[in-house]
Design a protein around this ligand. Sequence first.
Ligand SMILES: [Zn+2]
Length: 237
Amino acid sequence: MQASRLRRKMQAGRLHHKGSLMPKFVDLSHPLAHGQPNFPFDPKISVLVHNTVASIGFNITQISLSTHQGTHLDVPFHFYDDGKTLDQVPLERFYGPAVLIDLAPGGYLPAKTPITMERFAPHAAKFQPGAKVIYRTGWDRMFGTPASFSELPSLTLEAAQWIADRRIGLLGMDTLTPSADWKDVHLTLLKPGVEIIIVEGLANLDRLPERFTFAGFPLNVQGRDGSPIRAVGIVED
Ligand SMILES: [Zn+2]
Protein backbone atom coordinates (compact mmCIF):
# COMPACT_ATOMS: atom_id res chain seq x y z
CA MET A 1 0.00 0.00 0.00
CA GLN A 2 1.30 3.43 -0.86
CA ALA A 3 2.20 5.58 2.12
CA SER A 4 -0.25 8.32 1.11
CA ARG A 5 -3.11 5.85 0.80
CA LEU A 6 -2.27 4.31 4.14
CA ARG A 7 -2.20 7.74 5.75
CA ARG A 8 -5.62 8.59 4.32
CA LYS A 9 -7.09 5.39 5.76
CA MET A 10 -5.56 6.05 9.16
CA GLN A 11 -6.98 9.57 9.11
CA ALA A 12 -10.40 8.14 8.21
CA GLY A 13 -10.22 5.92 11.30
CA ARG A 14 -10.55 2.78 9.24
CA LEU A 15 -7.37 1.01 10.26
CA HIS A 16 -7.25 -1.35 13.22
CA HIS A 17 -4.28 -1.09 15.54
CA LYS A 18 -3.13 -4.45 14.15
CA GLY A 19 -3.19 -3.05 10.64
CA SER A 20 -6.29 -4.83 9.27
CA LEU A 21 -8.84 -2.64 7.53
CA MET A 22 -12.15 -1.90 9.21
CA PRO A 23 -15.08 -2.26 6.84
CA LYS A 24 -17.19 0.81 6.25
CA PHE A 25 -20.76 0.69 7.59
CA VAL A 26 -23.43 2.45 5.52
CA ASP A 27 -26.68 3.05 7.39
CA LEU A 28 -29.50 1.88 5.12
CA SER A 29 -32.29 2.69 7.60
CA HIS A 30 -34.59 5.66 7.99
CA PRO A 31 -34.86 6.87 11.59
CA LEU A 32 -38.06 5.94 13.44
CA ALA A 33 -39.94 8.92 14.84
CA HIS A 34 -43.18 9.67 16.65
CA GLY A 35 -46.06 10.32 14.27
CA GLN A 36 -44.16 9.26 11.14
CA PRO A 37 -46.63 8.52 8.32
CA ASN A 38 -47.34 5.01 7.07
CA PHE A 39 -49.96 3.15 5.02
CA PRO A 40 -53.63 3.80 5.92
CA PHE A 41 -54.28 0.23 7.14
CA ASP A 42 -51.24 0.19 9.46
CA PRO A 43 -51.18 1.08 13.16
CA LYS A 44 -49.52 4.45 13.82
CA ILE A 45 -46.14 4.85 15.44
CA SER A 46 -45.84 6.46 18.84
CA VAL A 47 -42.59 7.13 20.67
CA LEU A 48 -43.50 8.38 24.13
CA VAL A 49 -41.30 9.52 26.97
CA HIS A 50 -42.30 7.16 29.78
CA ASN A 51 -39.93 8.48 32.44
CA THR A 52 -36.90 10.71 32.64
CA VAL A 53 -33.70 11.21 34.61
CA ALA A 54 -35.52 14.03 36.40
CA SER A 55 -38.52 11.85 37.31
CA ILE A 56 -37.05 8.46 38.27
CA GLY A 57 -33.31 8.65 37.62
CA PHE A 58 -33.22 7.29 34.05
CA ASN A 59 -34.73 7.86 30.62
CA ILE A 60 -37.11 5.18 29.40
CA THR A 61 -39.39 5.26 26.39
CA GLN A 62 -42.57 3.52 25.34
CA ILE A 63 -42.79 2.65 21.66
CA SER A 64 -45.79 1.30 19.78
CA LEU A 65 -45.51 0.62 16.09
CA SER A 66 -46.46 -1.53 13.13
CA THR A 67 -44.25 -4.48 12.31
CA HIS A 68 -43.97 -2.75 8.89
CA GLN A 69 -42.95 0.73 10.02
CA GLY A 70 -40.08 2.47 8.27
CA THR A 71 -37.17 0.33 7.11
CA HIS A 72 -38.35 -3.22 7.75
CA LEU A 73 -38.68 -6.71 6.36
CA ASP A 74 -41.52 -9.09 5.50
CA VAL A 75 -41.53 -12.86 6.02
CA PRO A 76 -44.03 -15.29 4.39
CA PHE A 77 -46.53 -15.19 7.29
CA HIS A 78 -47.28 -11.56 6.28
CA PHE A 79 -49.48 -12.87 3.45
CA TYR A 80 -49.79 -16.60 4.23
CA ASP A 81 -51.27 -17.91 7.48
CA ASP A 82 -49.22 -21.09 7.12
CA GLY A 83 -46.08 -19.22 6.00
CA LYS A 84 -42.85 -18.92 7.98
CA THR A 85 -42.81 -16.47 10.86
CA LEU A 86 -39.86 -14.33 11.99
CA ASP A 87 -38.64 -16.89 14.50
CA GLN A 88 -38.78 -19.68 11.88
CA VAL A 89 -36.45 -18.00 9.37
CA PRO A 90 -32.72 -18.81 9.78
CA LEU A 91 -30.59 -15.78 10.64
CA GLU A 92 -28.43 -16.43 7.56
CA ARG A 93 -31.33 -15.13 5.47
CA PHE A 94 -30.82 -11.66 6.95
CA TYR A 95 -27.06 -11.35 6.47
CA GLY A 96 -24.59 -11.98 3.69
CA PRO A 97 -23.19 -10.96 0.30
CA ALA A 98 -25.58 -8.73 -1.64
CA VAL A 99 -25.73 -7.05 -5.00
CA LEU A 100 -27.14 -3.61 -5.83
CA ILE A 101 -29.03 -2.88 -9.03
CA ASP A 102 -29.23 0.87 -9.53
CA LEU A 103 -32.26 1.57 -11.72
CA ALA A 104 -31.70 5.33 -11.63
CA PRO A 105 -27.96 6.12 -11.36
CA GLY A 106 -27.44 9.61 -9.99
CA GLY A 107 -31.16 10.35 -9.83
CA TYR A 108 -34.55 8.75 -9.28
CA LEU A 109 -37.23 7.04 -11.34
CA PRO A 110 -40.25 9.16 -12.35
CA ALA A 111 -43.47 8.69 -10.35
CA LYS A 112 -45.39 5.48 -11.06
CA THR A 113 -42.61 4.05 -13.26
CA PRO A 114 -43.42 0.41 -13.98
CA ILE A 115 -40.40 -1.67 -13.00
CA THR A 116 -40.57 -4.30 -15.68
CA MET A 117 -38.81 -7.58 -16.27
CA GLU A 118 -36.84 -5.87 -19.05
CA ARG A 119 -35.16 -3.59 -16.50
CA PHE A 120 -33.78 -6.61 -14.67
CA ALA A 121 -32.93 -8.70 -17.72
CA PRO A 122 -29.43 -7.12 -18.17
CA HIS A 123 -28.76 -8.08 -14.53
CA ALA A 124 -30.11 -11.62 -14.84
CA ALA A 125 -26.78 -13.17 -13.74
CA LYS A 126 -27.19 -11.49 -10.33
CA PHE A 127 -30.44 -13.36 -9.64
CA GLN A 128 -28.84 -16.62 -8.50
CA PRO A 129 -30.75 -18.98 -6.20
CA GLY A 130 -30.45 -17.68 -2.64
CA ALA A 131 -28.96 -14.31 -3.73
CA LYS A 132 -29.64 -11.09 -1.88
CA VAL A 133 -30.63 -8.52 -4.49
CA ILE A 134 -31.39 -4.89 -3.71
CA TYR A 135 -32.65 -2.40 -6.26
CA ARG A 136 -32.47 1.36 -6.10
CA THR A 137 -35.15 3.71 -7.44
CA GLY A 138 -33.96 6.88 -5.65
CA TRP A 139 -37.28 7.13 -3.83
CA ASP A 140 -35.80 7.07 -0.34
CA ARG A 141 -35.71 10.87 -0.68
CA MET A 142 -39.54 10.82 -0.85
CA PHE A 143 -39.83 8.77 2.37
CA GLY A 144 -43.03 9.61 4.26
CA THR A 145 -44.48 11.95 1.64
CA PRO A 146 -47.96 11.21 0.23
CA ALA A 147 -46.32 10.33 -3.10
CA SER A 148 -44.19 7.67 -1.41
CA PHE A 149 -47.37 5.71 -0.66
CA SER A 150 -49.33 6.27 -3.87
CA GLU A 151 -46.99 7.17 -6.74
CA LEU A 152 -44.01 4.96 -6.11
CA PRO A 153 -42.17 3.18 -8.93
CA SER A 154 -43.75 -0.26 -8.94
CA LEU A 155 -42.61 -3.76 -9.69
CA THR A 156 -44.93 -5.25 -12.30
CA LEU A 157 -46.53 -8.59 -11.48
CA GLU A 158 -44.65 -10.08 -14.42
CA ALA A 159 -41.32 -8.83 -13.02
CA ALA A 160 -42.23 -10.17 -9.57
CA GLN A 161 -42.94 -13.58 -11.10
CA TRP A 162 -39.64 -13.46 -13.04
CA ILE A 163 -37.81 -12.77 -9.75
CA ALA A 164 -39.79 -15.45 -7.89
CA ASP A 165 -38.86 -18.00 -10.57
CA ARG A 166 -35.18 -17.33 -9.88
CA ARG A 167 -35.58 -18.31 -6.22
CA ILE A 168 -33.41 -15.55 -4.85
CA GLY A 169 -33.28 -15.34 -1.05
CA LEU A 170 -33.89 -11.66 -0.39
CA LEU A 171 -35.23 -8.73 -2.40
CA GLY A 172 -34.73 -5.22 -1.05
CA MET A 173 -35.79 -1.81 -2.33
CA ASP A 174 -35.87 1.89 -1.36
CA THR A 175 -39.66 2.18 -1.74
CA LEU A 176 -42.07 1.36 1.11
CA THR A 177 -43.56 -1.57 -0.79
CA PRO A 178 -42.35 -3.24 -3.99
CA SER A 179 -45.47 -2.19 -5.84
CA ALA A 180 -48.67 -0.18 -5.81
CA ASP A 181 -50.08 -3.58 -6.85
CA TRP A 182 -48.96 -4.65 -3.39
CA LYS A 183 -51.24 -7.60 -2.80
CA ASP A 184 -50.41 -9.73 -5.84
CA VAL A 185 -46.72 -8.83 -5.78
CA HIS A 186 -46.39 -9.82 -2.11
CA LEU A 187 -48.34 -13.04 -2.74
CA THR A 188 -45.94 -13.87 -5.59
CA LEU A 189 -42.71 -13.16 -3.67
CA LEU A 190 -43.76 -14.73 -0.35
CA LYS A 191 -45.49 -17.77 -1.83
CA PRO A 192 -44.77 -21.21 -0.29
CA GLY A 193 -41.68 -22.60 -2.01
CA VAL A 194 -40.56 -19.10 -3.13
CA GLU A 195 -40.39 -17.37 0.29
CA ILE A 196 -38.23 -14.40 -0.64
CA ILE A 197 -37.50 -12.09 2.30
CA ILE A 198 -38.71 -8.62 1.26
CA VAL A 199 -36.82 -5.63 2.67
CA GLU A 200 -38.75 -2.38 2.24
CA GLY A 201 -37.98 1.29 2.82
CA LEU A 202 -34.19 1.15 2.50
CA ALA A 203 -32.22 4.41 2.47
CA ASN A 204 -28.87 5.64 1.17
CA LEU A 205 -28.43 2.98 -1.48
CA ASP A 206 -26.54 5.56 -3.56
CA ARG A 207 -23.67 5.22 -1.08
CA LEU A 208 -23.13 1.55 -1.87
CA PRO A 209 -20.93 -0.13 -4.45
CA GLU A 210 -22.42 -2.90 -6.58
CA ARG A 211 -21.18 -5.61 -4.20
CA PHE A 212 -21.41 -5.34 -0.42
CA THR A 213 -22.53 -7.30 2.62
CA PHE A 214 -26.09 -6.77 3.76
CA ALA A 215 -27.10 -7.00 7.42
CA GLY A 216 -30.68 -6.45 8.56
CA PHE A 217 -31.83 -8.58 11.46
CA PRO A 218 -35.46 -8.40 12.57
CA LEU A 219 -36.64 -8.42 16.17
CA ASN A 220 -37.53 -11.95 17.20
CA VAL A 221 -41.25 -11.28 17.50
CA GLN A 222 -42.55 -14.78 18.05
CA GLY A 223 -45.05 -16.05 15.52
CA ARG A 224 -45.34 -12.83 13.56
CA ASP A 225 -45.06 -11.32 10.07
CA GLY A 226 -42.35 -8.65 9.90
CA SER A 227 -40.14 -6.29 11.85
CA PRO A 228 -38.36 -2.97 11.61
CA ILE A 229 -34.64 -3.52 11.06
CA ARG A 230 -31.46 -1.50 11.34
CA ALA A 231 -30.28 -2.25 7.82
CA VAL A 232 -26.56 -1.81 7.21
CA GLY A 233 -24.43 -2.12 4.10
CA ILE A 234 -20.97 -3.36 5.01
CA VAL A 235 -18.40 -2.30 2.45
CA GLU A 236 -14.94 -3.84 2.36
CA ASP A 237 -12.17 -1.64 1.12
ZN1 LIG B 1 -43.82 -4.86 4.86
